[in-house]
Design a protein around this ligand. Structure first.
Ligand code: AMP
Ligand code: MG
Length: 338
């Protein structure tokens, strides 16, 4: 069974064709990073308009990679939430119109389920039950997939998502958007002990706003001659040390949170998914801490937003719940995990 999958929940316009949930026949992503970079973050209205412009060409490109094109499509999966309302609507309207026109079954998929299933897609030996740490620009969650189509959230962030914290700290340090890769690079040479930052430990939750504020105060408290006119540290050594201290504290909190989830569920397999899974310090720390367990970290193209993961999650959702009825609505705060 071939699923055409569509993802437009945030700032990537993506389409993919996935066979039987696991074989990626084609996958295309049009990123809006350049569009949002001057603003230091995703601007919802700009994102929605860009989806409107790019979705049809991206779907065409995905179908061009499959023999038979539309004729080879058996069902459609589309991200229904969580995400930006104006962005979700573009994908959902397109997918529902196509399903109606071609009399195809459709399933509205949770973006978070997509991230969870990106690990299953990438690792042929990974089967539920497993615990996924979902870390991205919009999410920080631990989710247990107990069996296909059945999952629950164990913990989530009370305030900022960890990727968002990376982006904001980058800004304070005068580094470009997106902040994750540049903060990671700066942290490689920085001394994480030069600035002692607080360690956040919450029961059943994550929080990054206190850590972000601590970085802000550490910068504010530097001697005046250390700061430029925009209040940004002048010296690379100071900048890199702050980046390293922040990353160290953020990674520690994430790994502790994943450990709590493993203890709670008794899971023997863990996965790290979402854009922040690209962070090598995090991947290495998870590999070390959970050395006795199966650890899956999908390749970057499956960690950042893509439609193939929506195809994988959608295939299981169809199998367990059957198709959705026509005309379903998007849900910007959808709390569904499989
Ligand atoms: P997503 O929301 O899944 O598209 O992922 C984007 C988020 O991941 C942004 O907030 C990035 O700053 C963050 N990110 C990307 N690469 C890294 C990295 N190497 N380390 C930490 N965060 C990263
Ligand atoms: Mg995402």
């Amino acid at each position: 069974m071939n699923l055409l999958a569509i993802e437009t929940s945030c700032d990537e316009t993506a389409a993919a064709v996935v066979r039987d949930g696991r074989e990626i026949l084609s996958s295309h992503v049009s990123s809006q990073i350049a569009l949002h970079a001057p603003h230091g973050g995703v601007v919802p209205e700009l994102a929605a308009r860009a989806h409107l412009e790019m979705l049809a060409p991206v779907v065409d490109a995905a179908l061009a990679g499959v023999e038979g094109g539309w004729e080879a499509v058996d069902a459609i999966a589309v991200t229904r939430g969580p995400g930006l309302a104006g962005c979700l609507v573009v994908g959902a309207a397109y997918a529902q119109a196509a399903a109606r026109a071609r009399c195809l079954p459709i399933t509205g998929v949770s973006h978070l389920a997509g991230h969870v299933y990106s690990a299953w897609l990438a690792d042929a030996e990974l089967e539920p039950p497993f615990v996924a740490l979902v870390v991205s620009g919009g999410h920080t969650d631990t989710i247990e997939l107990s069996r296909h189509g059945e999952a629950r959230r164990l913990a989530s962030t009370r305030d900022d998502a960890v990727g968002e914290a990376f982006d904001k700290v980058a800004r304070m340090l005068g580094l470009p958007y997106p902040g994750g890769p540049v903060v990671e690079r700066a942290a490689l040479t920085g001394n994480p002990r030069a600035f002692p930052l607080p360690r956040t430990r919450l029961e059943g939750a994550f929080s990054f706003s206190g850590l972000k504020t601590a970085v802000r105060y550490a910068i504010r408290d530097l001697p005046a001659e250390e700061l430029d006119d925009h209040g940004i540290p002048r010296r690379a050594e100071v900048r890199d040390a702050l980046a390293a201290a922040f990353q160290e504290a953020a990674v520690t909190q994430l790994v502790d949170g994943l450990e709590a989830a493993v203890e709670e569920t008794g899971a023997t397999s863990v996965a790290v998914v979402g854009g922040v899974a690209a962070n090598r310090a995090l991947a290495e720390r998870v590999a070390r801490r959970f050395a006795g367990l199966r650890v899956s970290v999908p390749p970057l193209r499956l960690c950042t937003d893509n439609a193939a993961m929506i195809g994988a999650a959608g295939w299981h959702r169809l199998a367990v719940h059957g198709p959705d009825t026509d005309g379903f609505d998007v849900d910007p705060s959808l709390a569904e995990f499989a």
